[in-house]
Design a binder for this molecule. Structure first.
Ligand SMILES: [Zn+2]
Length: 349
């Protein structure tokens, strides 16, 4: 009952923070987006307006199409603004979406041999300029949709490659483990999107694990929110969950875990994703080199492991990562995986 949710990048908690720090005249657009986001998370499909008979199709190679809704609510949209192999256009959001979709596709292809989101060559479709002053981006089961953000509060979502890769990875998860978007399986679903999101950012920047900022959504806050232009301000931090912005409520250890109702963040999917995020960060930095070489490979093998159930909890997932680490790299690496989970209070003795 929790599957087929539409995932959006800006969480309700982040919205609430911005709402508390914005001028009255800007509140209307934010409340409109917040309301839409509530409905996305609860799958009220009558609230958003995709063209119902729409299938992006498949290809054996990278195939991107960028649509422009021209600030309407109907997507993918009537106007195609950029297609595969076409030159740069004048619209910066179109070029960012095109380039960042391409880099995400290449990461999955080159590193894991994956043939697009569904591993069957799904064509990549994105819609830009969705609605008016729409401050969010989301994956709608077969395509990406981007709003323009709200000037001075939230920048263009197309500009952050980790945000795009986070959302596309919800598609990968949907085709693989299909983790329920609730409670611990939902937090794993969120964490997996962050883990592959940060790896795509590191891949695009050619950064080793120890060179990364380990931040998701760095640069997304505009000058009225990130007043001092702090480079450490972001939506989430792997290294120090709970410190990405002043009211960040993520936690990094099972000691601080308590059951919360589904009505609140689907049982804590964005709050508790900090725990597996931190475990991945600890593992990748302990192993060194590029994070996708070993830590990422272990995570990918676990995500695509038939034994990973859609209701998996942290312990289930962690056990499978140890098993896959042992199979791929032997006991010494598997021990480092166990140690990383132990440090966040998972797989305790
Ligand atoms: Zn997400």
């Amino acid at each position: 009952m929790f599957n087929n949710k539409i995932s959006s990048i800006i969480t309700i908690k982040v919205f609430e923070y911005i709402l508390n720090h914005c001028e009255n005249k800007d509140k209307i657009s934010l409340i409109k987006t917040l309301d839409h986001t509530y409905h996305l998370m609860n799958n009220y499909s009558n609230i958003h307006h995709p063209l119902m008979i729409y299938n992006p199709g498949n290809d054996s190679k990278l195939n991107r199409t960028i649509y422009d809704t021209e600030n309407t609510d109907i997507y993918p949209g009537q106007k195609i603004i950029r297609i595969e192999n076409s030159p740069e256009c004048k619209d910066i959001a179109a070029n960012e979406a095109y380039n960042n979709l391409g880099k995400t596709y290449c990461f999955y292809k080159e590193i894991f041999g994956r043939n697009s989101i569904d591993n069957k060559g799904l064509n990549l479709v994105a819609t830009i300029h969705y609605s008016e002053s729409y401050a969010n981006a989301f994956w709608d089961n077969n395509q990406m949709v981007f709003g323009d953000g709200i000037k001075l509060y939230l920048n263009r979502f197309t500009s952050c490659i980790d945000i795009i890769a986070h959302e596309l990875t919800h598609g990968v998860t949907q085709y693989e483990a299909n983790l329920d978007y609730a409670y611990q399986s939902g937090a794993l679903n969120e964490s997996i999107s962050d883990v592959f999101g940060i790896m795509v950012k590191q891949f695009a920047n050619n950064q080793k694990a120890n060179e990364s900022d380990w931040l998701i959504g760095q640069g997304i806050f505009g000058s009225k929110i990130n007043i001092h232009n702090d480079p450490n301000m972001a939506m989430r931090s792997f290294k120090h969950p709970g410190t990405a912005y002043p009211e960040d409520e993520q936690i990094d250890h099972m000691d601080k875990y308590e059951d919360i109702p589904f009505s609140k963040d689907n049982g804590g999917v964005h709050k508790y994703s900090g725990i597996p995020n931190k475990a991945f960060y600890l593992l990748a930095t302990a192993l060194g080199g590029y994070s996708w070489e070993r830590a990422g490979k272990i995570w990918y093998e676990t995500l695509t492991d038939n034994r990973l159930s859609n209701k998996a909890n942290f312990d289930d997932f962690a056990k499978l990562t140890c098993d896959n680490a042992q199979r791929l790299f032997g006991k010494s690496i598997s021990d480092v995986v166990i140690y990383a989970w132990n440090q966040v209070g998972v797989l305790g003795q």
